[in-house]
Design a protein around this ligand. Structure first.
Ligand SMILES: Cc1ncc(COP(=O)(O)O)c(C=O)c1O
Length: 440
């Protein structure tokens, strides 16, 4: 396809934007012009005296861990109620919540687990920690999520679980995935680590599968520095996850019994300080999420008019996007062949930080090393691992990784004029794409 010739007229016609935003004559900052934005973005995290008071109260109480304190347990009840799940287990981080899920489901050597290639590395690592085989299903390039239509073809007699990720805060296609899980009798572990308050058909994500996991790491929309949670309405799964997170000790009446062990385990407990912080931080979650939703909808409505920019699409069942990330695809053809790297550099010069997102997880060299280890060879055998390599193809995801551009959630909690600045910067860069290309 020939690149679009960019003139003032085509630019105005293609993106019917407010006149003030059509700053196409202004020189891009990367070429020495004035940046669109000079002030910092909304800072993250957000806290006030109530967060401080809660932490000091924990300090003064002397009950700093959940074995004697009550904060973590009380927060678990609140988060279960918020998500609509029967149970919530607080964990040290989102990775620990996924580890609890893997162990509660008895995933182990010789098993296969299905996951998307477009996700944070932890989704993969927890499968490898069990010495199970990760089976990648290609991405749906329009939505950035696992392509649910391609899952069944990758199921084998060794498949033990499916781990869809609600990437960026938008839901994966849960209608299709839950149906596959039901028909094929495979548990669904929703990795909702980026999707606090996200919804599928009006129900909170994480509560629809057999269990769901969340992260409260510092960048997340709900943040306690580090932290995580597993939610489930399955009593047996909850008991096993609970025991696993507390060195194998069983749950009795809301806390752990010190009499004997239900199974093997680790210490993946959350501290009372974090329990307190999550309680106070959660009071802001709804209003912050609403602000992100309003800003993101406005931003997407402007960006979709710009040739070469394709905001992430949502499945119709995704009734609420948590907007941990605002994701879009960048096509150099719409920008006079300006490369994505040069576009990102020009955005940064305008004071608009944007990232290129994930690289293909299924092609990571560390993964190849793990699968070549003596452990994997002994468990799966050379022939099965060769077959895995032959089938480990995710061409749509490769393309997605080469086109993605992300903005982070804190950029969505400021005033609406912040969104206008993002659009102005993109328009400005687009209008001078040919000049920028020459210097890139
Ligand atoms: C999709 C996904 N899964 C799992 C995790 C792991 O969570 P944590 O960093 O809290 O261990 C993250 C965190 O970034 C994530 O984004």
């Amino acid at each position: 396809m020939e690149p679009t010739k960019l003139t003032r007229r085509t630019l105005l016609a293609s993106a019917a934007l407010p006149a003030a935003l059509n700053a196409d004559t202004a020189r891009p900052a990367v070429l020495g012009g004035e940046p669109v934005r000079k002030q910092p973005w909304a800072s993250w995290p957000v806290w006030d005296e109530s967060d401080k008071a809660g932490i000091v109260e924990v300090l003064d109480s002397g009950h700093w861990g959940r074995t004697t304190g009550k904060r973590v347990g009380q927060w678990e009840e609140k988060y279960a109620a918020l998500t609509g799940a029967k149970h919530c287990l607080a964990t040290a981080n989102g990775t620990s919540a996924l580890i609890c899920a893997m162990n509660a489901l008895d995933i182990g050597p010789g098993d296969e687990v299905i996951l998307p290639p477009y996700t944070f590395v932890a989704t993969l690592n927890v499968i490898l920690l069990q010495h199970a085989l990760p089976v990648f299903v290609d991405s749906d390039i329009e939505t950035f999520q696992i392509d649910a239509r391609k899952i069944e073809a990758r199921i084998t007699p060794n498949t033990r679980a499916i781990v869809p990720v609600h990437l960026g805060g938008a839901a994966a296609d849960l209608d299709t995935i839950l149906d596959i899980g039901k028909r094929r009798k495979l548990p669904i572990v929703e990795d909702a680590c980026q999707a606090h308050l996200g919804e599928w058909r009006g129900r909170k994500v994480g509560s629809l599968g057999d269990c769901g996991t969340f992260s409260f790491q510092a960048s997340k929309n709900l943040n306690s520095g580090e932290g995580g949670a597993l939610i489930t309405s399955n009593e047996t799964l909850f008991d096993r996850a609970y025991a696993f997170h507390g060195n194998g000790r069983a749950r009795r009446g809301g806390t752990m019994t010190l009499a004997g062990y239900a199974l093997n385990g680790a210490n993946l407990r959350l501290t009372e300080f974090q329990g307190s912080l999550l309680t106070t931080q959660m009071r802001r979650l709804e209003s912050q999420s609403k602000r992100r939703d309003d800003n993101a909808a406005y931003l997407a409505s402007l960006l979709e008019k710009i040739p070469g920019i394709r905001p992430q699409k949502l499945y119709p069942g995704c009734t609420r996007n948590a907007w941990h990330l605002f994701m879009m695809r960048y096509d150099p053809q719409g920008f006079g062949r300006l490369s994505r790297a040069a576009f990102l550099k020009a955005m940064s010069a305008e004071g608009i930080p944007a990232s290129s997102g994930y690289s293909p997880l299924n092609k990571e060299s560390f993964l190849d090393k793990v699968l070549s280890s003596r452990h994997y060879k002994r468990v799966f055998g050379e022939a099965a691992l060769k077959r895995w390599r032959e089938q480990n193809l995710c061409p749509q995801n490769d393309k997605l990784c080469s086109e993605a551009v992300w903005f982070t959630q804190n950029m969505l909690i400021g005033p609406r004029s912040d969104m206008d600045q993002i659009v102005s910067a993109i328009q400005k860069i687009r209008a001078s794409a040919a000049d920028i290309s020459k210097t890139a």
